[in-house]
Ligand binder design. Structure first.
Ligand code: KIV
Ligand code: ZN
Length: 578
């Protein structure tokens, strides 16, 4: 048991921003996206990507629509340096994509970074240094003034190194690492100093990036910090305010969304939340969250499975089954009540109208997923899901009471065998239960004939393997068949009858559903399928009788009362010509 946490942890102090505006704002447009997949994410992998994998992921990112991609930390490794060179030398960068490289604010590293970018059409040099007191003191061993001087000198050096290289359109990004733990007055002082040193103008904006390098507070605190900066930095029109939320508390997506309401214009993150520790903000979720609010995200995830495949192949990580929008199970309902609601929602959904399917906040088709996986059956599933699968895969629409009856059959099956049952297995179970029940009665053939009292039928069946010819008359084929079967000794009545067709054209099959009741006994459904509706109805009646006869209650009663279908030597005689 963890006790007394306050002796170890303190709540994050609130920001003094009484007139905060972000809570009343909504996001109305997509931010500028920057993918750090090839840097942070790559650093944090068990096995860093080799050049081929990096290139594959770079192409995937370009295909998704990222226009700014941080491709490497070239001063940190030869592999990263060579990768940047390859992109430039082999002209692998699309014209509308800007590559970015990260560097600490140290002269040799900055020189090497600019060298790596030589000849690029367009490039962002990204300088980072920590600014929070614990970092400045503990890690850098510097005062605030020294940190400020280091940042400005770094910017001036990059300005100098890039000034002569006119073939490249240079931009600068400056990140205050550990921004969320930095005193805001110092953060603004550093930001203003570096943007002045760069000479930022509305035509040559500097990117000021305010990361939650380690997420330590609720997302509203981050939003307050961003709004405070948005309102206090100088040359606001010459600055692109960028955020880079990490996910240590699991709220990176919320933090990014609130930060956008608070004035941020750009978001850095990774596909599926990859990155150091718990990762960077998940850009897929963020983009598709926007999409579900009716905002075009500017990133294309219309084939999410292809993105997952590339991501997994390149990083060696796997996307969990419950990952928003992308996981295998995120559009799947196993629970009966959910399935029932989804089935009704699908039925009511009109093409071209607003999406409104219960429990499915998002149309799976928008990320290239089909509806097949939406409803999956296990022991928690109910009649709605089962009926939906039979209808969507086999075109068989079950009457409601049959749905209830069959769902109990499915439940017994899944309780006994455990796990999940797919559409094909479900159909097999349905066929076994209703269509292939040919004992004790089996249909062999029939002929209808006119009779003065109504409809006559000559019925050929097998009873326990013995052929029988029966005759009956009624006000229609069903009543006539019931009467013919009555000659075998068992009394059943029809509680309900429904017929439908499945398939279309030459494949069309009639499907008859008959609910039968034994005298004072249980009820059971019979189902018949055939190209001919009368034959389908007779098969349904025979199937229902068989199921009643095989019903445990019925067997018991039959033993007592000698009920049931037994061969009789002289079936009721009806004159076919009468
Ligand atoms: O998390 C962080 O602070 C970073 C910086 C390099 C932006 O990754
Ligand atoms: Zn980071």
């Amino acid at each position: 048991m963890l006790t007394n946490p306050s002796s170890k942890y303190h709540p994050f102090p609130p920001v003094a921003l009484a007139d905060r505006r972000w809570p009343n704002r909504t996001i109305t447009q997509a931010p500028i996206w920057m993918s750090t997949d090839l840097r942070d994410g790559n650093q944090a992998l068990f096995e860093p990507m080799n050049a081929e994998r990096k290139l594959r992921l770079f192409r995937t990112l370009c295909g998704i629509g990222f226009k700014e991609i941080e491709v490497a930390f070239p001063s940190a490794s030869q592999t990263d340096f060579d990768f940047v060179r390859r992109l430039i030398d082999d002209a692998l960068i699309p014209d509308d994509v800007t590559i970015e490289v990260l560097s600490h604010a140290r002269e040799p590293l900055l020189r090497r970074s600019v060298e790596a970018l030589h000849g690029a059409r367009s490039a962002i040099v990204h300088i980072v240094n920590a600014t929070s007191p614990p970092f400045c003191e503990l890690v850098l061993g510097m005062s605030r003034a020294e940190v400020l001087t280091m940042a400005v000198k770094a910017v001036l050096l990059v300005k100098h190194l890039t000034a002569e290289q006119l073939q490249t359109q240079w931009r600068l990004q400056y990140s205050l690492e550990t921004f969320t733990a930095t005193e805001l007055d110092f953060a603004v002082e550093v930001c203003d100093a570096v943007s002045a040193a760069w000479g930022a103008t509305p035509d040559n904006k500097i990117i000021l990036n305010l990361p939650s390098s380690v997420e330590t507070a609720t997302p509203n605190v981050y939003a307050d910090q961003i709004e405070w900066m948005h309102r206090h930095i100088a040359r606001r029109d010459s600055v692109i305010l960028s955020v880079h939320p990490h996910n240590d508390r699991g709220t990176a997506v919320a933090a990014a969304e609130l930060a956008l309401m608070a004035g941020a214009e750009r978001v850095e993150g990774c596909l599926f939340g990859n990155g150091e520790r718990t990762g960077n903000v998940d850009l897929v979720t963020l983009a598709l969250n926007l999409y579900t609010q009716g905002i075009a995200p500017g990133l294309d995830f219309s084939d999410i499975d292809a993105v997952v495949r590339d991501f997994e192949a390149c990083t060696g990580l796997s996307v969990p089954p419950r990952q928003p929008y992308a996981g295998e199970l995120v559009f799947t309902a196993f629970s009966g009540s959910h399935q029932d609601a989804i089935k009704k929602g699908f039925a009511a959904q009109q093409p071209g109208s607003l999406w409104n399917v219960p429990y499915l906040p998002f149309d799976p088709a928008d990320v290239g997923r089909g509806y097949d996986a939406v409803i999956r059956i296990n022991s928690q599933s109910g009649k709605g899901g089962i009926a939906h699968l039979l209808e969507s895969h086999y075109g068989v629409v079950l009457p409601r009471r049959l749905q209830v009856e069959f769902s109990q059959v499915v439940q017994r099956h899944t309780d006994r065998h455990g796990g999940e049952i797919g559409a094909e297995q479900l159909w097999q179970l349905f066929a076994q239960t209703y269509l292939d029940v040919a004992q004790p009665l089996r249909y062999l053939g029939h002929q209808l004939f006119e009779h003065a009292q109504g409809q006559g039928i000559q019925l050929q069946i097998e009873l326990d393997g013995e052929p029988h010819a029966l005759i009956g008359v009624g006000n229609g084929p069903i009543a006539a068949t019931i009467q013919a079967l009555g000659s075998l000794g068992g009394a059943v009545s029809v509680c309900s009858y429904e017929e439908r067709s499945t398939g279309s054209g030459g494949d069309a099959q009639a499907c008859a559903f008959v609910e039968l009741a034994a005298a004072n006994g249980p009820t059971a459904y019979g189902v018949g399928m055939d190209g001919n509706i009368v034959t389908a109805s007779i098969k349904a009646l025979l199937g229902g009788c068989n199921r009643l006869t095989n019903h445990a209650d019925f067997r018991q009663r039959r033993a007592i009362e000698n009920e049931g279908f037994t061969a009789v030597s002289s079936p009721t005689a009806v004159n076919p010509t009468a």
